[in-house]
Design a protein around this ligand. Sequence first.
Ligand SMILES: NC(=O)c1ccc[n+]([C@@H]2O[C@H](COP(=O)([O-])OP(=O)(O)OC[C@H]3O[C@@H](n4cnc5c(N)ncnc54)[C@H](OP(=O)(O)O)[C@@H]3O)[C@@H](O)[C@H]2O)c1
Length: 326
Amino acid sequence: MRAIVQDEYGSAAEDVLRLEEAVARPTIGEDEVLLRVAAASVDRGTWHIMAGLPYPIRLAGFGLRAPKPLNPGRSVAGTVAAVGPAVTGFAVGDEVYGTCEGSFAQYAGAHPGKLAGRPADLSFAQAAAMPISGTTALQAVRDQGRVESGQHVLVVGASGGVGTFAVQIAKAYGATVTGVCSAGKADLVRSLGADHVIDYAQDDFTRGDQRYDVIVDTGGNRRLSDLRRALTPRGRLVLVGGETGGRLLGGSERSIRALALSPLVRQKLATFIASENAADLVVLRELAEAGHITPAVDRTYPLAETAAAITRMQDGRARGKLVVSV
Ligand SMILES: NC(=O)c1ccc[n+]([C@@H]2O[C@H](COP(=O)([O-])OP(=O)(O)OC[C@H]3O[C@@H](n4cnc5c(N)ncnc54)[C@H](OP(=O)(O)O)[C@@H]3O)[C@@H](O)[C@H]2O)c1
């Protein structure tokens, strides 16, 4: 099969990812399915897995000295090409989406517990954009933020992979949504349904009069005290992430402080690691099929240009999601 291959960790996609034309197809276990990949997508985690940074990611099963997966692709949409004998619920020919290892390839092995049927009316490329970013946004808005109809929600990083889904999901839950992003992407965030858009280079949302019931923070790494100032007295702050470049903790210092402080204050300061699971893929599919979410796909690249997609994301140029068509 054709596949992107990575042998060593590195931070520049062009240096460490290469296309090979004759890679052995993955073998699947009894409880796995083999996917014929149609599309895969890029997210910040793709870069972290590729770079092996921050270092704790290497302890999370991705390989201590060198990457274990064939390539750093994880989000996927495609067709079931084979099923292990212990698999129930999926059959050859099913069109699915979800997460797996090594999705920048023509074939990838996947666990049924991380797959669901592809949403009707979404292309493979759109479906491939959803699994990691959409699931993270869903868990941020629904589980951590507990967003309810009528609430005011602020999404910091509204033009990003997670943020573009968070805006739409919060709107679907009946919230009034304000998105924070750069000026050049304000139109995108408005088109997703945001009621208000704040350009972080012009306005400081932590200094205004508006207080938010829920803040979903995916970018900018604002101080906890600043974010708390923009929250209502019993508001919920959901720290999803933010790139600091830190090699050791990668920004998790702020999350650790939030967890320590949360029991001592009336506001809820939450952080979480998204769980990849089929049930939430079904919820996302239902939201998509009901017209509440449409993945914001910025560009689709051929497999050979996977590195260019990762570089565009890393440079902060992506408007929403970047997809690799296989
Ligand atoms: N907790 C989890 O399980 C989990 C899961 C997925 C991702 N994450 C983390 O969540 C973060 C976001 O991921 P992503 O894939 O959505 O990244 P992304 O696509 O690169 O989006 C980043 C967003 O941050 C915005 N931003 C940049 N600088 C900012 C600033 N100074 N103030 C406010 N916003 C700013 C960007 O806006 P512009 O592009 O308009 O400048 C963009 O909307 C990453 O750190 C990622 O590692 C965590």
